[in-house]
Design a protein. Structure first.
Length: 436
């Protein structure tokens, strides 16, 4: 134990991080198993394209003269887009050049990218050389009908994607709070889907399922339909990476989308699923720092991770910078403020016959709030902002933890998730059913 009885912990917060000090004898820190960056990242990326998990290598998928569409994550995700795109273009040298490739930013229902963000995301030269299109789920002229798939999901997809000769998804795989895992087929839908498709995938019935949670794929109604859409509408090659806490590539996977995704998430499960010996009175979490903690909407993921190990009636404190506010675009802020209590929010959502944009995030947050109180340390939000979202401000995390431990008694304990949703803690054998 440190001489002063305190344990210094670095939280992932914004770009700079945040250090807190908590009682060493009452604090459990839970973080992903650390993996160093691949010793030669370009070589690791190249290997995934040349020796896929399943299916032919990338160069065997594309023929000269074909139009190639590549989907990449939007600005809220830490995908190493530039490195992955350069690996793809290098591998396709002599077959398909920049003139044949369209990069589609898989925004889902999120906002588009600014020119500066595109330059940072893709590299200034690639952003200038390639045809880059921000998907807009609300722009009907950008969509094409692709039929009904999965459990009655009406599927509208980006027409540039659906009309391409070769469709390539790129992303990164991490646990997801209601889709099981990110990456893979999610880069088709909801990433490049129309609003009606996304609203169906995120309706109250699907999000309310106990199987719509961290690390569950088979039997998860959201992930089942996401995979069904990708399989029915076609992905010719999928390319995903796994990142460490420095957002460096530790593993790369390529090939047929569903087999590739299964292999990647098996690797992520070993890294991210961490057992604990019981529930905690206080859980301090983050949203993994920039770019994931740019807004409160995204920070719900960190709160959801904490809810897996907080005692009923306990306290969750989430450190998320929220430089982009709620954000102001979308319906999240208005939906949160529409009812006076989390219980009323859940009842209102359950009673709806049509899905409202962003209600899924409100539904998850309301479930968390039904289990525990939630305070937020966020430079980008005021106390009034947080109160309108059924949350409260925590200016000093260490002081708030100390007060809660004192009130809870001498046996009270605190758990810290320094990287938030990059770690999924579980009690005992609770994760055994989530291996699918």
């Amino acid at each position: 134990m440190p001489a002063d009885g305190l344990l210094d912990i670095d939280l992932a917060y914004g770009r700079q991080g945040l250090r807190i000090s908590l009682p060493a004898d009452r604090t459990t820190v839970v973080a992903p198993a650390y993996h160093p960056a691949a010793p030669d990242i370009p070589a690791a990326l190249r290997e995934a394209l040349r020796r896929p998990v399943a299916g032919p290598p990338l160069r065997a998928v594309v023929r000269p003269g074909q139009r190639v569409a590549v989907s990449v994550c939007d600005v809220t995700r830490p995908q190493p887009r530039e490195a992955m795109l350069r690996a793809l273009l290098d591998e396709l040298g002599g077959i398909a050049g920049p003139d044949e490739v369209t990069v589609l930013i898989a925004t889902g229902t999120h906002r588009g990218s600014s020119p500066g963000e595109l330059a940072e995301m893709l590299g200034a030269d690639l952003a200038a050389r390639l045809r880059v299109i921000d998907h807009d789920a609300r722009d009907e002229s950008m969509l094409t009908w692709c039929g009904e798939h999965g459990d009655g999901v009406p599927v509208w997809l980006n027409r540039h994607w659906a009309g391409a000769d070769v469709k390539i998804t790129t992303g990164f795989v991490e646990p997801h709070f209601f889709a099981g895992f990110s990456g893979g087929p999610k880069l088709v839908a909801p990433g490049l889907a129309g609003l009606e498709t996304t609203l169906t995938l995120h309706d109250a019935r699907r999000i309310g399922s106990e199987q719509a949670t961290w690390a569950v794929c088979e039997g998860n109604p959201v992930q089942d339909d996401v995979r069904a859409i990708a399989a029915a509408t076609g992905v010719d090659f999928a390319f995903d990476v796994v990142l460490n806490r420095e957002q460096q590539v530790v593993g790369a996977f390529g090939g047929e989308v569903l087999a590739m995704h299964a292999a990647a998430r098996a690797y992520v499960r070993q890294v991210s699923m961490r057992p604990v010996d019981g529930l905690f009175d206080v859980v301090v979490t983050t949203n993994a720092g920039f770019p994931l903690d740019q807004n409160l909407y995204q920070a719900v993921k960190g709160m959801s991770a904490a809810a897996t190990v907080v005692a009923p009636g306990g306290l969750i404190i989430c450190a998320a910078e929220c430089a982009d506010g709620f954000p102001d675009h979308g319906s999240f802020r208005a939906e949160l403020a529409a009812e006076p209590t989390p219980e009323r929010l859940l009842a209102s959502i359950a009673a709806r016959t049509t899905t409202v944009p962003d209600q899924w995030q409100v539904q998850v947050l309301a479930r968390v709030l039904r289990r525990a109180r939630v305070g937020v340390h966020a430079a980008g939000l005021t106390e009034a902002d947080l109160r309108s979202a059924h949350l409260f401000a925590v200016p000093d995390i260490a002081a708030a933890v100390a007060a809660e431990l004192a009130a809870a008694g001498p046996g009270a304990r605190v758990c810290v998730l320094p990287e938030g949703p990059q770690t999924i803690p579980f009690v005992g054998a609770e994760a055994e059913g989530s291996a699918a």
